[in-house]
Design a protein around this ligand. Structure first.
Ligand SMILES: [Zn+2]
Length: 273
């Protein structure tokens, strides 16, 4: 499932390849990929709009259009945005945007859980479910993290997955952040010392930045706009490394389940207090 780094990487690609392009045609191949309106209305409202900017909020990609509307793309489990010369280049295309340079931007989604929606550009936050702060924003300080985590008694792993606590983290980067911080996934936020909060803050930002730098983690379906996989799986330290030696101390990486999600950690480097 694409998390913040996978969405951010694609957003940066689109900022240099899609901004300035005009949408000259829209084909909805799977009606339920469009949220909040009929496919015909969606197609009519997008047609002849120009892309004026690209953004991201949490795991949501934001394609700003002229006319003060924004196309919100939530990739969910398996959605990707891929440039193609023809619609039939991808067998899982759900929505196809024809561009004024002759190319298509395809929304491809084998499992069909992803959604595209239109919202007023000045009301994006209201159009999205309540999201916590952006973890890479300058305003996201260790103090902000402390406040967000103090409000919950859940295990840290569960709190980090909650998009209303912090936006953008999912299973991969939550595990990676906790390993970097040397904190057990079942510790509670309220139990963290000042030093541990600083380490967790650095761990979250470090794990996310590493992910973006390597084009995201492709374990499942994540692809960039050129249909290329991300390389970050070669750089993860605990995720899906169950039984393999910890890169710091050699102890086999352990796996537990939190919120039905596989959770990977080093029992030596991340002791449970
Ligand atoms: Zn270790």
């Amino acid at each position: 499932m694409p998390e913040l780094p996978e969405v951010e990487y694609v957003a940066r690609q689109l900022a240099t390849t899609l901004v300035g392009r005009r949408i000259v045609g829209v084909e909805v191949c799977w009606a339920r990929s469009v949220q909040g309106m009929l496919p015909e209305e969606f197609a009519a409202r997008l047609a002849s709009r120009s892309v004026v900017g690209i953004g991201r909020r949490g795991k949501y990609l934001l394609i700003a259009l002229d006319g003060e509307e924004t196309l919100i793309v939530h990739r969910r489990m398996s959605g990707n945005l891929i440039f193609a010369a023809r619609i039939d280049e991808d067998p899982y295309v759900r929505v196809a945007l024809k561009l004024d340079d002759g190319r298509y931007l395809l929304y491809s989604d084998p499992r069909k859980f992803g959604r595209l929606a239109l919202a007023a550009s000045d009301a994006i936050e209201q159009a999205l479910p309540g999201l916590g702060p952006e973890p890479l924003a300058a305003s996201f300080t260790p103090d902000v993290l402390a406040v967000r985590l103090a409000a919950t008694r859940r295990p840290l792993k569960a709190a980090l997955l909650d998009q209303s606590v912090i936006a953008g983290l999912g299973n991969i980067y939550a595990d990676e952040a906790l390993f970097r911080a040397g904190i057990h996934p079942l510790c509670t936020g309220a139990s963290l010392s000042r030093d541990e909060l600083q380490r967790l803050h650095a761990g979250i930002q470090g794990a996310l930045r590493t992910g973006i730098e390597h084009g995201g983690t492709t374990f499942g379906r994540h692809r960039d706009v050129h249909n290329e996989t991300g390389a970050n799986l070669e750089h993860v330290e605990v995720y899906r490394r169950t039984g393999q030696p910890c890169l710091r101390c050699g102890t086999p990486i352990a796996r537990i389940t939190v919120l039905q999600r596989g959770t990977h950690y080093c029992p030596h480097c991340q002791p449970l207090k």
